[in-house]
Ligand binder design. Structure first.
Ligand code: FES
Ligand code: FES
Length: 168
C-alpha cells in the first residue's frame, strides 16, 4: 500500500479513500457512514455477500490485512490505507485458486452463497497454519454459516486444499 493513512474529510457526504483491493491500489468514493460490504459491492466486488447484515452469518467475510473480517460491520473508511482481499482476488473459473478447486472437488458447494466467505476464512487459516487438523479447520469456519450443507464436505475441502497447497 503506497498511500499513507491520514485524516479523511467528507465532501458533499462522500469520502475518497484508497484501499489496496486484491493487490491493486484502488480509489473508492464512499458515502460517509457507508459499510465496507456495501462499498465493495457498489464498486463491483460482488463476491462479498450480504446475508444477515448484522455480523452473524459470515457471508460478507473478506480479508483485512490478511485476517478475516466481517465487512458488514466495518465502515468503508476503516479500510483506508489497508489491504482488502475479496474472493475475486483469489482466482476465477478459468484459473481457480487451489482452495476453490478443492471446494469443487470435495462437493462442498451447493447454492454457493456462503462459499466466498468460507474460502477466505480457509485461506487465512492455511496462510497461518499450512497443516491444520480437523478441529482447527472447524474452528476457522466457525463463523461462516451455511444453510445448504452439513459442513462435513467443507471441512474435507479445506483439508484437501491443505494437501494441494503443500504439493504446489
Ligand atoms: S452479512 Fe456480515 S455477517 Fe452476515
Ligand atoms: S452452499 Fe448454500 S449457504 Fe452454503
Amino acid at each position: 500500500m503506497t498511500k499513507k493513512r491520514g485524516v479523511l474529510k467528507a465532501v458533499n457526504g462522500f469520502i475518497e479513500i484508497t484501499v489496496n483491493v486484491n493487490g491493486a491500489d484502488t480509489a473508492l468514493r464512499v458515502k460517509a457512514g457507508e459499510y465496507l460490504l456495501d462499498a465493495l459491492r457498489r464498486h463491483g466486488f460482488k463476491g462479498a455477500k450480504k446475508g444477515c447484515d448484522t455480523g452473524d452469518c459470515g457471508s460478507c467475510t473478506i480479508l483485512l490485512d490478511g485476517k478475516p473480517a466481517l465487512s458488514c460491520l466495518l465502515f468503508a473508511a476503516q479500510a483506508h490505507g489497508r489491504k482488502v482481499t475479496t474472493i475475486e482476488g483469489l482466482g476465477n473459473p478459468r484459473r481457480p485458486h487451489p482452495i476453490q478447486q478443492a471446494f469443487v472437488e470435495a462437493g462442498a458447494v451447493q447454492c454457493g452463497y456462503c462459499i466466498p466467505g468460507m474460502i477466505l476464512s480457509a485461506k487465512a487459516l492455511l496462510d497461518e497454519n499450512p497443516d491444520p487438523g480437523e478441529a482447527e479447520v472447524r474452528r476457522a469456519l466457525d463463523g461462516n454459516l451455511c444453510r445448504c450443507t452439513g459442513y462435513v464436505k467443507q471441512v474435507e475441502a479445506v483439508l484437501l486444499a491443505a494437501k494441494k497447497l503443500k504439493q504446489a
